[in-house]
Write a protein that binds this ligand. Structure first.
Ligand SMILES: [Zn+2]
Length: 223
């Protein structure tokens, strides 16, 4: 198997990426003895028939792993990606140490057991949710702007709380109703995008609450 520097790179299709999420699990690597420094291995994901769908090269360093793979964005050229993910260890209840990835997302640094590939990088689920959320926000804003533009074009107020502008004298009814339909559709799509965003927030809220509960219990144990 090849890997970083060997000239053989691992392939990902963006089509696959949309459908399922590739993840790496540090506990699994730990169990299989793959975390000792100086190792070099490839990690593969297989489909239901057992064929390799994608794989990455992993190099183990003292206190970090280096991931190397190729990502081909839609309508784009293949890109070689390589970066280090720091590792950290916490003592286990039953002795020994438990390893964690330190998420390499910008400004993140969360201690996590799993990293997920979406887009180009393996990051923690919090980082991916943030990226997903900002995409939704863009979508909501884009549709809102479209609805506002049509309202302005008809000489009305862009605000959605104002009534939809009347047909101007020179305009055909057909054109008016087409624009009105387009504005209504854009407004609806904007609310749908916002609703998706709220769902993500709900999930984030639940996770934050669970983490808070877990930490509270731990602290009480020490008190
Ligand atoms: Zn992260």
């Amino acid at each position: 198997m090849g890997g970083p520097g060997s000239g053989s790179w691992y392939r990902f299709n963006t089509k696959d990426l949309v459908e399922d999420c590739y993840s790496v699990d540090i506990n699994r690597w730990h169990r299989e003895g793959l975390l000792q420094p100086g190792l070099y291995f490839s990690w593969a994901w297989k489909d239901s028939r057992g064929d390799v769908k994608a794989s990455i090269g992993v190099k183990t360093l003292p206190g970090a792993v280096e991931l190397a793979y190729t990502v081909t964005p839609r309508n784009g050229e293949a890109q070689e990606i390589r970066y280090q993910v720091p590792l950290t260890y916490t003592p286990c209840n039953y002795g020994g140490e438990r390893p964690w990835f330190v998420c390499p997302g910008m400004g993140c640094g969360r201690r996590v057991a799993k990293l997920y590939l979406r887009g180009k990088y393996f990051l923690c689920r919090y980082c991916h949710d943030l990226a997903y959320e900002s995409q939704r926000e863009d979508k909501a804003t884009r549709f809102l702007r479209k609805a506002q533009k049509i309202r302005r074009r008809l000489g009305g107020h862009p605000g959605l709380v104002y009534p939809f502008p009347e047909k101007s004298k020179g305009m055909h009814w057909k054109t008016y109703y087409r624009l009105r339909f387009e504005a209504a559709e854009a407004e609806w799509a904007s609310w749908v995008a916002l609703q998706e965003k709220l769902k993500r927030w709900q999930a984030s809220l639940q996770r934050a609450e669970e983490e808070l509960k877990g930490l509270k219990g731990r602290w009480q144990k020490w008190a």
